[in-house]
Design a protein around this ligand. Structure first.
Ligand code: NDP
Length: 514
């Protein structure tokens, strides 16, 4: 049985909760020109707690025009990297100082357990600090051909970057795009996910206080199919950085292609966690349970397929299922909660649908539906299916909730075949005590990121991104700076310019020369 905390009768509501969220364009909070709004629900009661401005084409036009003006005529792109860096460090300081407030807003809006929301605000601050440092340390090449030519790289910000973000850990995801985009000297128009717009309204205050010039950051709320699509197709937006579902990524690629925009796509995953019999089983158990059930299972890098070597399979699966049953499901605001409420009733229905499919595809060992003691809200009991075959939908498709598929394997070759047997390739986790196996397996696996005997902690300098349907391009460290800048090569001769004298024959004929 799933462990549940006592359901407090009072659901925690953060103080000063706004009841209406506005766009932020050129330093001003504004509504949509036509006055359109959409309702924002909180996931514990699924009641509307706010309305948000619903951006249309004309609102996006205004935001892009402000960002363009700030790029072409404003100080930000021309400032010394050190000056921009100071502003970014201030942003990081402010985000850190508002850690608690941010965490409660994020948890309230998304259903994320409060203890896990707190970590996200600190990660967001760290993203700003990291790119503040990186932009000052940025160096570029110069190449000399002795006595003949000098070549150098003139790195430049590109212009207006369109940033489109998902609803899972929204504030942190936004920081991951905002920090490198503005550090590099671009201006931005950001469109957050409609399920979770709340924490984004803090950015304008934070940026103002830190001294970011008006127009550098612009925020548009609204539907992806309208405001997002228009932003992607806008001729004055040369860059699009998108994180979200793979099918949306495909739509955005197609929409952006005719204008040859710079595209970074961080997409879905169905990442394998491969546990060999020679692994540290306790560590593997802790990590694999955490990987799929933390952040309510709404984690792009979740190890949602656990592949276990046959020799330890029965024991491992039994212990995994017991852990899942022990997980504390509860109110997002309760510090004891390990799994909170899924973000939205539509998403709850999707995950419940997959659970029903799973019941026909695997052996149900834990969970299997709504969490006991929670007749309302988007609470799902951590769910474990064992003996799942590789052609099952719950093995192949991203569920993005607290649901795991466990499958046995005999040897390395079968483990690799199973691990690579999905359209996705975002992350992979390998548990073994053999160094040789760990590295060889990591090199053979089709995944953008591999963790060996460890769990989802990454130095910010490393590349982040996926292969296959999990994405296009890499962000992280200098790769983010590369995405948000263009590298112009400049050449000058150190000698005479030697050009063949095309067209000089006629001149010679007229002048009588031969
Ligand atoms: P979606 O793709 O549904 O939405 C992401 C964002 O895109 C939202 O802001 C959405 O707006 C917007 N959008 C939707 N349609 C369009 C369109 N046609 N043009 C432009 N913008 C559009 O993803 P979710 O929000 O559901 O996020 C979950 C997904 O994100 C999962 O697949 C997950 O794996 C993935 N993800 C990937 C990560 C990675 O780094 N690889 C990290 C985190 C999540 P609206 O909200 O209004 O629909």
């Amino acid at each position: 049985m799933t462990t549940t905390v006592e359901t407090p009768s009072e659901h925690f509501v953060p103080g000063n909760l706004p009841t209406h969220l506005q766009h932020y364009i050129n330093g001003e909070f504004v509504d949509s020109i036509g006055g359109k709004t959409f309702d924002v629900l909180e996931p514990v009661s699924n009641q509307k707690y706010a309305t948000a401005a619903a951006g249309q084409a004309e609102d996006v036009d205004l935001a892009v025009a402000a960002a363009k003006q700030a790029f072409t005529a404003g100080p930000w792109p021309k400032m010394l990297p050190r000056e921009r860096s100071r502003v970014l460090h201030k942003i990081a300081d402010i985000v850190e100082s508002r850690d608690d407030e941010l965490a409660y807003l994020e948890s309230y809006d998304s259903g994320l357990p409060i203890t896990q929301a707190k970590g996200q605000a600190l990660r967001a601050a760290e993203n700003f600090r990291f790119f503040a440092d990186l932009i000052v340390a940025q160096e570029d090449n110069a190449f000399k051909v002795p006595g003949r030519q000098l070549n150098y790289v003139n790195r430049k910000p590109i212009g207006v970057a369109g940033l489109i973000t998902p609803w899972n850990v929204p504030f942190m995801q936004e920081s991951w795009k905002l920090a490198p985009a503005i550090a590099a000297g671009n201006t931005v128009v950001m469109k957050p996910a409609s399920y979770t717009p709340l924490s984004a309204v803090l950015w304008p205050e934070i940026f103002r206080e830190a001294g970011l010039p008006d127009g550098v950051f612009n925020l548009i709320f609204g539907s992806g199919g309208i405001a997002g699509d228009y932003l992607v197709k806008h001729p004055d937006v040369p860059l699009i950085s998108f994180t979200g579902d793979s099918s949306t990524g495909a739509t955005i690629s197609t929409a952006a292609a005719p204008q040859f925009k710079g595209l970074s796509l961080e997409l879905g995953g169905k990442s394998p966690a491969v546990v060999f019999a020679d692994a540290d089983i306790e560590a593997a158990l802790d990590a694999t349970v955490f990987s799929v059930f933390s952040l309510n299972g709404e984690r792009c890098t979740a190890g949602s397929r656990v592949l276990v070597q046959r020799d330890i399979y029965d024991d491992f699966v039994a212990r995994f299922a017991q852990r899942a049953k022990n997980i504390v499901v509860g109110l997002p605001s309760d510090p004891a909660t390990e799994v909170g409420s899924l973000v939205h009733p539509n998403h709850f229905d999707n995950v419940m649908n997959y659970i029903e499919i799973g019941k026909t595809e695997g052996r149900l060992l834990a969970g299997g539906g709504r969490a006991e003691g929670f007749p309302t809200g988007n609470y799902i009991a951590p769910t474990v299916f064992a003996d799942v075959s590789p052609d099952a939908r719950i093995f192949q498709e991203e569920i993005f909730g607290p649901v795991v598929a466990i499958t046995p394997f005999e040897d390395d070759a079968e483990a690799l075949t199973l691990a690579n047997n999905t359209k996705y390739g975002l992350a992979a986790y390998v548990w073994t005590s053999s160094l040789k196996r760990a590295h060889n397996f990591a090199h053979a696996i089709e995944a953008g990121m591999v963790w060996l005997n460890s769990n989802n902690v990454r130095d910010l300098r490393t590349p982040f991104g996926g292969v296959k349907a999990s994405g296009l391009g890499r962000e992280g460290g200098y790769r983010s700076v590369d995405f948000y800048t263009t590298q112009q090569s400049v050449q000058i001769t150190l000698n005479e310019s030697h050009s063949p004298k095309f067209g000089s024959v006629a001149d010679a004929a007229v002048s009588g020369d031969s």
